[in-house]
Design a protein around this ligand. Structure first.
Ligand code: ADP
Length: 376
């Protein structure tokens, strides 16, 4: 017979006294493997675990009761301290939400420590009574990332040499430099050349991504007329549009004042947007390319009547390697790297990249570039 266990009496004896509670809380705090800092509602530090103290090279005496903002110094990559309103803890107090960010914390000896922080307001009876921040050292992650980027960069460079030999010799074969090429052989050679071209584009993208991820994009500004650049880009894409019977139209200003910008980077952005618009629009659709300006900005717009981006995929579209489900079952090749790359480029130029899209109706991608930043 199975014996029914008796209902346990209330575990009075297991309840802790408030003093015991506080000891347990202290022990819990100390054993967390990441840095933890708690503040009261004025921002004064009330607790900081040993990991946090060790990571920042501080002692308990350096921090207890001191104000978080003046004790925990956070700086930008360029070494400038973050403005008060940029500090995640301030944002968490202002919004009542959990805020995550990456930043550099200044250690007591002045060295900078890359960290990922998550800070949340502590709400008690609907009122913020303080904040709690958890942060972790990113040094090892950054080193691993750098090794990965270096590897991709070296591998890509090494791939280029044999690829240019394939390109050159195949072109020579196609052009009859090694004897007459038959009608059957010609399309084969052409397919090899197209594949080589695709591989070159992929290598360029990979190299650009490693460049971005290892310390930003180098911007080489020069005075240029972006309306002329847009006309050139459009001409480049006419054959691709024609091959799919896509009606490629445009609205470009007749003339624009030159601005100081990096034309190579702008080209990369426009080429990606035009390429995607044509790639993700079925035969017979329309793609429209528009350039305009306001006193403060230059605006590019690429609209297509293509497959569109499903609503549930829209939040992920700028993530590395992401491709939406509605196109992965179609025969359209891609890597999911282009938008990630050009979003980073747009932002490093001080601009923005965004889109609207409706599945099976089409998409519009916008790229805006402030003129002020371009001049500075
Ligand atoms: P790739 O085109 O190589 O897959 P991208 O980073 O350029 O990579 O694009 C990421 C994804 O965004 C695509 O795989 C596709 O799902 C979606 N996408 C981008 N542009 C468009 C567009 N104009 N129309 C529909 N989907 C698009």
């Amino acid at each position: 017979m199975v014996k029914k266990s008796p209902t346990k009496p209330p575990a009075e004896h297991l309840r802790e006294s408030p003093a015991h509670d506080s000891v347990r809380l202290e022990a819990l705090f100390a054993s967390i493997g990441e840095g933890v800092i708690a503040t009261d509602e004025t921002g004064a530090i009330t607790r900081m675990n040993q990991m946090a103290l060790d990571l920042l090279g501080l002692t308990r005496a350096d921090v207890m009761g001191k104000h978080f903002l003046s004790t925990i110094i956070s700086v930008h990559d360029n070494g400038h301290p973050l403005d008060v309103f940029e500090r995640p803890i301030v944002k968490a107090f202002q919004t009542g939400k959990t805020i995550s960010a990456r930043t550099l914390y200044q250690q007591k000896n002045g060295a900078l420590l890359p960290v990922h922080i998550t800070v949340a307001p502590i709400i008690f009876r609907g009122r913020p009574i303080g904040a709690i921040e958890v942060f972790r050292d990113l040094t090892t992650e950054i080193e691993a990332d750098k090794l990965k980027s270096d590897f991709i960069s070296i591998a890509s460079h090494q791939l280029r040499t044999p690829l240019s030999a394939i390109n050159m010799y195949t072109s020579m074969l196609r052009d009859g430099l090694a004897g007459e090429v038959s009608k059957e052989q010609l399309p084969y050679l052409q397919t090899i050349l197209t594949s080589v071209e695709r591989m070159n584009v992929l290598i360029d993208t990979l190299l650009n991504i490693t460049r971005i991820e290892s310390g930003g994009i180098v911007i080489k500004p020069r005075m240029a007329r972006v309306d002329n650049l847009a006309r050139e880009m459009l001409t480049e894409f006419v054959p691709a549009a024609r091959a799919k019977s896509i009606d490629l139209t445009s609205q470009l200003p007749e003339t624009m004042e030159p601005i100081s910008t990096d034309t190579l980077l702008i080209r990369e952005i426009c080429a990606n947007l035009l390429n995607n618009a044509i790639k993700y629009t079925p035969q017979g659709g329309r793609v429209h390319f528009e350039l305009s300006e306001t006193p403060k900005e230059v605006l590019w717009k690429v609209t297509d009547t293509g497959y569109g981006i499903p609503e549930n995929a829209q939040k992920n579209i700028f993530l590395k390697f992401f491709r939406a489900e509605n196109i992965t079952n179609k025969d359209v090749s891609g890597t999911g790297l282009g938008l990630y790359l050009i979003k980073n480029i747009a932002e490093s130029l001080g601009g923005e990249l965004w889109f609207e899209s409706t599945e099976n109706v089409g998409s519009t991608f916008h790229f805006s570039l402030p003129k002020e930043i371009l001049r500075s």
